[in-house]
Design a protein around this ligand. Structure first.
Ligand code: GAP
Length: 445
């Protein structure tokens, strides 16, 4: 994990937030390559949800919603973690995470393990961030930053029945920020207080819920591995009955083998009719599907695949990180699926003279119309390759002396290091062709 954190900062993927003020725990800023990588992950999620299906539609709902939302959803009463304080070291811990926490005075021990530890009783702590709407803090002005994007989807269910001409089974997908005042954070961007979720609520006739749950378990596992996660590092783990959330009758987590051990990437829950029933009760609105042909009416059940975009990015970074040796020199390389790589192709003149930069700039301008490309002419060619390897760029185009004579360039492959000569006029097609090919992590070899 330390290597990932250091590469992320060095290469402009993720920076600790507010660093000039000493940092703010568990807050991160995404740099240029982090933005590109996370966007690519989110685009692939949209693609799988919207473009490749015709039964899911999109939504972008508000972060601050009517406070009754959280009464109805059960978050106000039940979205809590058990909290313990240590009167000696003044640190706070999650009562159910003591085994993973470190004592403030003796970090090699867990809280409660030293004679000096003086722990309070556990008490419930609500994870929602509270704020006020309007200039005066008065009764009725308290609102919350959403702790999940899902509720915005339930609030819009009625709108979607009316405008989208969809009937169950159909889904509403959303990507957006969620906020949780987590007690224990850490592990880089794995658990933060502000994060992005990619959630989809799939509304189905009640009797079809178990079949659709199975369908989404399979679809989502396929998605993670098709984007390159090594299959032996991803697994599905069904929740035990005592782990289930208050709304869920069955949940399985997609887990990834992070450096911290197997941990959740995505939860895929059967939420039954809990949310629509609760919002109908609290709002007084009918939230049900009525079949106008048969007169049949029911409250749909909901299958929810809910993933974290930041956690996804961490998993892809961890899975891609590799070190090898080239001509006796150590190289760090991100073996990202090309479709996720922040930059697809780097254009590098071999030397900064003899007309090479001019031809390279022409090639770059042609390529960037089609894919995210980068031009770099500064420094030794070996160092420029290393830099691109570290940000996971799958291909590098080098313009050399021969390029000026025959308008061909070398195309270098990040993983195999193979270099082939390609005519400049064919580069776009060659790169597009390679981007469309199935990809398998070389770390599996
Ligand atoms: N609507 C259901 C829901 O929110 P969840 O399991 O609490 O379920 C879904 O969250 C996903 O959101 C998780 O699998 C994880 O990837 C991500 N996530 C949750 N809390 C997070 C946090 N504090 N930091 C980063 N990602 C988080």
């Amino acid at each position: 994990m330390e290597k990932i954190v250091s590469l992320s900062k060095r290469r402009g993927f993720v920076f600790p937030s507010s660093e000039i003020y000493g940092g703010l725990g568990s807050s991160y800023d995404y740099g240029h390559y982090g933005v590109l990588l996370k966007n690519n992950i989110k685009n692939q999620w949209w693609r799988a949800m919207l473009q490749e299906r015709d039964d899911v539609v999109a939504l972008d709902s508000a972060i601050i919603q009517h406070p009754r939302t959280w009464e109805a959803s059960g978050h106000l009463a039940g979205f809590t973690d058990p909290l313990i304080d240590c009167r000696t070291c003044k640190l706070r811990f999650r009562a159910d995470h003591l085994e993973q926490s470190a004592c403030g005075r003796k970090p090699s021990k867990h809280p409660g393990e030293t004679p000096d530890c003086d722990l309070t009783e556990s008490r419930d702590f609500n994870l929602m961030f509270e704020t006020t709407v309007g200039p005066v803090k008065e009764e009725g002005s308290t609102v919350y930053l959403r702790p999940e994007t899902a509720q915005g989807i339930f609030l819009n269910f009625k709108n979607y029945l009316q405008f989208s001409r969809k009937k169950p089974p159909f889904g509403i997908a959303q990507i957006g920020k969620s906020f949780r005042n987590e007690i224990t954070t850490g592990n880089f961007i794995f658990r933060t207080r502000e994060f992005e979720q990619m959630e989809m609520e799939f509304f189905v006739p009640p009797e079809e819920a178990p079949t659709w749950h199975q369908h989404w378990l399979e679809e989502r596992m396929k998605w993670w591995t098709s984007l390159g996660l090594r299959p032996d590092h991803v697994r599905l783990r069904p929740h035990d009955a005592n782990e289930l959330s208050h709304y869920s009758s069955a949940t399985s987590d997609v887990e990834y083998l992070f450096p911290i051990g197997w941990s959740e990437l995505e939860g895929i829950a059967n939420r039954g009719n809990f949310d629509l029933t609760q919002h109908a009760k609290f709002s007084g609105q009918k939230l049900e599907y009525v079949d106008t042909a048969t007169g049949e009416r029911y409250v749909p059940h909901v299958i929810e695949p809910a993933a974290g975009a930041d956690r996804a990015m961490l998993a892809f970074l961890v899975d891609a990180y590799d070190e090898d040796q080239i001509e006796g020199e150590q190289r760090t390389v991100l073996r990202l699926h090309p479709i996720l790589a922040p930059v697809k192709v780097a254009v590098l003149p071999l030397v900064r003279k003899d007309g090479q930069p001019e031809l390279a700039a022409e090639v770059y301008r042609e390529l960037r119309d089609h894919v995210q490309a980068e031009y770099d002419e500064g420094g030794a060619i070996g160092r420029r390759y290393r830099r691109q390897d570290e940000i996971g760029t799958p291909w590098a185009v080098t313009i050399d002396h021969q390029s000026l004579q025959d308008r061909t360039v070398t195309l270098r492959d990040r993983d195999s290091l193979a270099q082939v000569r390609v005519a400049i006029g064919e580069l776009v097609d060659v790169i597009r062709g390679r981007l469309g090919e199935p990809w398998r992590s070389p770390k599996l070899n």
